[in-house]
Design a protein around this ligand. Structure first.
Ligand code: HEM
Length: 345
């Protein structure tokens, strides 16, 4: 099986490249240790700049589109909080129904990636809640539980390894060396080759942890999970191989024409000792979860292409009752997303 051809290399980009390499790489060695110090503001700004410059050199991305998650569809609906939501957070949308705009996406840098490609993942779901005072707050989630790396320095190292890899050169390529020493990253690219039956049968995860504060001032750290009410279902390889290029986008349009698509918004609560500062460290499934509400997606927006160009989600666009945790990644992501949005517009 040809997994990593020169054609592939030029056709897609990061997720494709990494996916191909994951299959070819030898058994992973121990996870490399990187110190997890919080960055100062200026160090973070410099790191963000270097990350975006490196991401923009990954083959596949195109001017005018997001440098990752380039292909997507913007939809709208409502969020209805559960009776338990207010016990976790005093945030306005945890108390009353709010309108939402969401963008579903393929994670690949290539805006023309076929939805059923093994290189299209992870899928994304970004949510913007419009609160009663007209302010907005975002949740930016992806379909893999566990981020590819623990922090921004490792993310830059991964991107650098990708853009330094020339598949005409002998092995080991820099990206193979990276994945060989980062087993969670190798697992991430391997897992992301699966193809969901629909965006409506995909689960999404914030990976990053936030602190929820209720009206009594009680603080609770947690991570978002967004679970499809239709149930989670993937395609078999045989099913995926026959799918048209835009099947996920078209399926969503068809479903929405027939009725709403729903997700449960859940917050996973760590046990004492679970790492809250490392988005690559997955908390086991037996951890307590609190269902905080239901996302009811009702329609595609009138002009999705114009809407996605105008939209720029931000993982730290929070609101009273939801705060940053000791996970340093969202603050860095926020800087990179702002630079990326300015670059693509
Ligand atoms: C070092 C860490 C990360 C970096 C540098 C990064 C970078 C980026 C960039 C540059 C964009 C394009 C933004 C734009 O043009 O508007 C983006 C989009 C996106 N990212 Fe990340 N990302 C990181 C981690 C994550 C994580 C942890 C998640 C979720 C668990 C995530 C989910 C998404 C999604 C869903 C989008 C598309 C948002 C939309 O639909 O507009 N990213 N990311």
């Amino acid at each position: 099986m040809e997994i990593f051809s020169r054609h592939h290399w030029h056709g897609a980009g990061f997720w494709l490249v990494a996916a191909g390499v994951a299959l070819m790489s030898a058994a992973p060695r121990a996870q490399a240790q990187t110190p997890r110090t919080r960055q100062s503001a200026s160090a973070n700004a410099d790191l963000a700049q270097r990350i975006l410059e490196t991401m923009l050199r990954v083959p596949g991305n195109q001017a005018g589109y997001r440098t990752v998650h380039a292909k997507g569809l913007v939809c709208q609906g409502t969020f209805t909080p559960s009776p338990d939501a207010a016990s976790l957070s005093k945030a306005a949308h945890f108390q009353q129904v709010t309108p939402v705009v969401v963008r579903f996406s393929d994670g690949a840098p290539d805006p023309l990636i076929p939805d059923a490609s093994a290189n299209a993942g992870p899928r994304g779901l970004a949510i913007r809640f419009t609160l009663p005072d007209a302010s907005v707050t975002d949740v930016v989630a992806m379909s893999h539980n566990g981020f590819v790396v623990a922090n921004g320095e490792e993310f830059l190292a991964l991107q650098t390894a990708i853009v330094s890899t020339d598949p005409t050169r002998p092995h080991p390529w820099p990206v193979e060396t990276f994945l060989g020493s980062h087993p969670l990253a190798a697992k991430f690219v391997q897992d992301n080759q699966r193809v969901p039956a629909s965006f409506a049968t995909e689960a999404f995860f914030s990976n990053d942890a936030f602190v929820f504060v209720n009206a009594a001032g009680t603080r609770q750290v947690g991570r978002y999970q967004i679970r499809p009410v239709a149930g989670e279902r993937d395609l078999t390889d045989a099913e995926a191989s026959g799918k048209p290029s835009n099947f996920l986008i078209d399926d969503l349009k068809t479903r929405l024409a027939a009725g709403p698509v729903e997700f449960r918004l859940v917050v996973q609560i760590p046990n004492p000792g679970d790492a809250t500062d490392d988005p690559s460290a997955v908390w086991p499934d037996d951890r307590r979860t609190i269902e905080v509400g239901r996302l009811t997606i009702t329609s595609v927006v009138a002009d999705s292409a114009a809407a996605e160009k105008a939209l720029a989600f931000d993982p730290v666009r929070l609101t009273g009752g939801i705060e940053l945790s000791d996970d340093g990644l969202p603050a860095l992501r926020s800087l990179v997303y702002a630079l990326a949005a300015a670059h693509r517009r």
